[in-house]
Structures are given as C-alpha cells and as structure tokens.
Design a protein around this ligand. Structure first.
Ligand SMILES: Cc1cc2nc3c(=O)[nH]c(=O)nc-3n(C[C@H](O)[C@H](O)[C@H](O)COP(=O)(O)OP(=O)(O)OC[C@H]3O[C@@H](n4cnc5c(N)ncnc54)[C@H](O)[C@@H]3O)c2cc1C
Length: 279
C-alpha cells in the first residue's frame, strides 16, 4: 500500500491552497471531478480576487503544484481510524492508501427541495440553484420559463441575474422582509426585470410529471416550469462522520464553515497546509 505524508480530499480552492502550502511533503490531492477548481468552475460571474470570473480565477490557482501528486476523477470513498483511505478512480478501479495527515476540503452541499417542508411532489423542473448554475454555465442548458427561485442568498441572487439576462421571466421568493446575500450581489438585479416576493415562501408544488406552478405562503399561485431552490449550503463532512476528531485531521474551506468570499477560503487552505508542515 502506498504511503503519503498528507492526503488532501477535494481539489477546490481550499484543497489547492493546502497542497501549495504543504511544501516538501509527499502529498496526494484527490479530486472526484476531471478538473481542479471545485465550485469556481461553474461561476461565470465576476467578483473573484477582484474582477475575475470563478472560471478565470480557478485557472490562476491551479499553477505551481509541481510538488503534488494530483489524482483527478478520483473519489475518496472512505477514511478509517487506522489512517487508510479507499479511493475509486474512474476507469482505473479502487486502491487503498495510507497517510500520516488528512486535510478534508470537500466543500459544501446545497440543501435540496426534498429536505424542505413543501407539500406536493418533486416533478421534473425542480433543481437546486447551484445545480442549475452548473448546467447553464458548463453545459449550455437553458431553463424552461417562467422560473421561480426560492431564497435570495448569494446563489439565488446570482441565478436571478443569470436567468433574467437570458430573457426568461423570473421571480425571486424570500421569506425574510428584505433580500439576503451580499450588497454587491443584490446590486446585480438593478435594472433587470426580476419579480420579487418578500415575506413569503413556497408552501406547495403543483405538477405530477412536470412542474406547473407553486403556491406561496401568502396565497399567491405562480405558474412556472422551473423552481430553483437556493436556501443554503451545508458543510460536506460525510467522509469523517464516523471519526472521533483525531489529531491527524484538519478541515478547511467550505467543509469547515461556509465562506462567502474566496480570500478566506484560500487563507484557510493555506493554514491547513502549513499546519501539516509544522508537524
Ligand atoms: C455559487 C457561489 C458563488 C460564489 N461567488 C463568489 C464570488 O463572487 N466571489 C468570491 O470571492 N467568492 C464567491 N464564492 C465563495 C467561494 O468561491 C467558495 O466558497 C469557494 O470556492 C469554495 O471552495 P472549497 O474548496 O471550500 O469548496 P469547493 O469549491 O466546493 O471544492 C470542494 C471539492 O471537493 C471535491 N470533493 C468532494 N467530495 C470529494 C470526495 N469524496 N473525493 C474527492 N473529491 C471530493 C469536489 O468535487 C470539489 O471539487 C461563491 C460560492 C458559491 C457557492
């Protein structure tokens, strides 16, 4: 079994930064997708490290990794107390490795419609906002309108802008009395034709096979063919659920806490990499 000083799970901004900082160690960076960058690769909007898009920013990050063994298309399936991990690499099968330190950089997962107290089925046309962001920006998908977006955090705001700029009717529904997210993302809606319903939520979904409409808690029924759920992110710690906080483990980036800005993710990842070097 091959041994590594450090196994980093997740090749988003946090995992890449940790790998760069872990100089002089034998590092394996495992990423389940075919490219490094994580969530950045689906962000076409500007606002990363100044005025770059997420995609452009990812390209600047993924240099200077000469000291690192990068394993793409590789999912870490499990991690054990005895410091071994089971990896599954697309087209190459499974392999077990051992490590001295583990850095978890698995990002965050979106809260899906199934987890919400909304009556009705979950027909075709119901997505999480991040999933739709990836479909639109990476696969050229065009959502069927009208679109309703539930939740006005940063992802909801960014998707409202994206959909409105495609000339598709869009309504943003927010249960608070004011829009959420960062001010700079709220400004994205200035001058765009986006319907806004504050102080309300989606309480029922209509449509058996395909989405037809949603009922809001204020009694209004909105006809729609697409519902995007943008109600938040949860740290993705599935892999370490059974571990009892061992001293050889460090979490960084969105799996440690959800960071709204890339700079703090980079900082967090760098500190995790330096922690390994200091041991
Ligand atoms: C929609 C959105 C818009 C944003 N917009 C901005 C912005 O405008 N400006 C800004 O500064 N910041 C923005 N941010 C914040 C910041 O960019 C992100 O928080 C940051 O990129 C997250 O990095 P991460 O490495 O923690 O997670 P991620 O980028 O999610 O990376 C996690 C990686 O781990 C991999 N992974 C997960 N599990 C496994 C496993 N078991 N095995 C192998 N690999 C695995 C995933 O494939 C993924 O590549 C935005 C965030 C989001 C979600």
């Amino acid at each position: 079994m091959e041994h590594y000083d450090i196994l980093i799970v997740g090749g988003g901004a946090a995992g890449i930064s940790a790998a760069k900082a872990a100089k002089g160690k034998k590092v394996l960076l495992a990423e389940r997708e075919e490219k490094l960058g994580g969530i950045l690769l689906q962000c076409a909007h500007r606002g990363f490290g100044g005025d770059l898009s997420g995609m452009e920013y990812a390209a600047t990050l993924a240099d200077d990794l000469d000291n690192v063994e990068i394993s793409l298309n590789t999912t870490v399936l499990s991690v054990s107390e005895n410091k071994t991990a089971l990896l599954s690499q697309k087209d190459c099968g499974r392999r077990e490795i051992s490590f001295s330190r583990l850095i978890l950089a698995t990002g965050a997962m979106e809260i899906a419609a199934g987890a919400l107290h909304i009556a009705g089925d979950r027909p075709k046309g119901v997505y999480t906002a991040g999933m739709m962001q990836k479909l639109v920006n990476c696969n050229g998908f065009v959502p069927d309108g009208p679109v309703v977006i539930l939740g006005s955090g940063d992802i909801g705001l960014i998707m409202a802008e994206t959909v409105a700029k495609m000339d598709i009717p869009v309504t943003l529904v927010e249960k608070a009395a004011a829009l959420g997210g960062m001010a700079r993302n709220r400004r994205r809606l200035d001058g765009l034709d986006v319907g806004i319903r504050l102080g309300s939520t989606v309480s029922e979904i209509f449509g058996e096979k395909e989405l037809e409409a949603v009922l809001l808690s204020n009694g209004e029924k909105l006809l729609c063919k697409t519902l995007l759920v943008a109600v938040g992110l949860e740290c993705d710690r599935k892999l370490i659920k059974k571990l009892e906080n061992p001293e050889w483990l460090r979490l960084c980036g969105n799996c440690e806490r959800v960071h709204p800005m890339i700079e703090s993710v980079i900082n967090d990842g760098t500190q995790a990499g330096e922690w390994v070097c200091g041991i």
